[in-house]
Design a protein around this ligand. Structure first.
Ligand SMILES: [Zn+2]
Ligand SMILES: [Zn+2]
Length: 357
């Protein structure tokens, strides 16, 4: 190592992102130090950037879709090697000894921190991460391609993989944004009959391109009625945050079906007990996924060609990238790249869908 400092983008106080120089430190026991190559910009970063999460202390480096190479191991780290490319998602790593970990429910570990919220995340050239939370990155995924799959990808992949839907079942994805455009692709490649639901006729073409068999324009069509006309959905993946749309689509479930809420928003969800009970329907949710499912998300994506449509920006452009994402203008995920790659490589990393045209 030639330098003893690295660049990071920190939230100095809510609403302010500053590029700073930090001292390199050795990783503490149980953690690894990572040379970050790419980090996705996620809506949940607002927890830190805009102070939307209670108890965040500043300065804090946001970012929980980080990919890079391990360059130092803390004491006691097993199963990971210096030079290995790894990913870090929203869940900072399970403790392994609490009641939930002991029962195999790693997502709900009582001692788990959130990356970029309770400790520094991936808007930086270097970060430290708990070994128990690391995800293995396959060689055939570029770091920029892998980054958004660690949160948006894992969330949709894990929810579908753990859902009651089986191949050939009707699965609806509500919303075609950062999460939804991945959800549609995963649903298609898992062998479901896929319905995309969004507002406006202009999204129909994109929905088809992502792999949807059907498109429902919720601005002109009652989505529940349209789903029932197709036989009723076994699963509805709610990737948009609106409580009203969640309720409006709920009647589109077939008996035994489940609506799975992935987008966090302030609106309450009102579903009638009649619709719940008569048909044994379920309203449930999912919080990203455990590290092994993170491995599977990346492997599945590499195997099937599922990719986020990304726009890259250099680390020092983090504030602009964040603002673009918050304004809903990112198509569809912003990814910060640390070590500026040669020009040709930037194109290769971005937008696999458009390349195939
Ligand atoms: Zn996220
Ligand atoms: Zn635990």
């Amino acid at each position: 190592m030639t330098t003893t400092t690295y660049r990071a983008v920190q939230v100095s106080k809510p609403g302010r992102l500053d590029v700073v120089e930090r001292e390199l430190t050795a990783p503490p026991p149980g953690k690894v130090r990572i040379r970050v190559e790419a980090c996705g910009v996620c809506h949940s970063d607002s927890a830190t950037v805009d102070g939307m999460f209670p108890g965040v202390t500043y300065p804090r480096v946001p970012g929980h879709e980080a990919v890079g190479r391990i360059d130092a191991l803390g004491d006691g780290v097993q199963g990971w090697a210096v030079g290995q490319r790894v990913g870090v998602g929203f869940l900072g790593g399970p403790c392994g000894h609490c009641e939930h970990c002991r029962g195999g429910d790693l997502v709900n570990c009582r001692n788990q921190e959130y990356t970029g919220i309770q400790h520094d995340g991936g808007y930086a050239e270097v970060m430290t991460a708990k070994a128990s939370g690391l995800v293995a990155v396959p060689d055939d995924l570029s770091s920029a391609d892998a980054a958004p799959l660690l949160c948006a990808g894992l969330t949709t992949f894990s929810a579908l993989r753990n859902s009651p839907a089986k191949p050939a079942d009707l699965v609806a994805v509500l919303g075609i944004g950062g999460l939804g455009h991945l959800g549609v692709q995963y649903a298609r490649h898992m062998g479901f009959e896929v319905v995309a639901i969004a507002r406006g006729a202009d999204k129909a073409e994109l929905a088809k391109k992502l792999g949807a068999h059907h498109y429902i324009d919720s601005a002109t069509t009652d989505p529940a009625g349209a789903l029932q006309a197709l036989g009723g959905a076994k699963v509805i993946l709610i990737t948009a945050a609106g409580g009203q749309m969640t309720a409006a689509t709920f009647k589109g479930l077939r008996p035994g079906g489940a609506s799975i809420v992935l987008g966090v928003g302030p609106e309450p969800i009102q579903v009638s007990s009649m619709d719940l009970i008569f048909g044994s329907r379920t309203l449930t949710s999912a919080l990203t996924g455990d590290p092994a499912t993170g491995d599977a998300t990346l492997r599945f994506s590499a195997l099937t060609g599922v990719a986020a449509m990304i726009e890259t920006a250099p680390l020092e452009g983090a504030a602009d990238a964040y603002a673009k994402m918050m304004a809903g203008k990112a198509r569809f995920r912003m990814v910060l790249t640390m070590n500026r790659p040669p020009a040709g490589q930037v194109k290769k990393a971005s937008n696999r869908l458009d390349r195939s045209e």
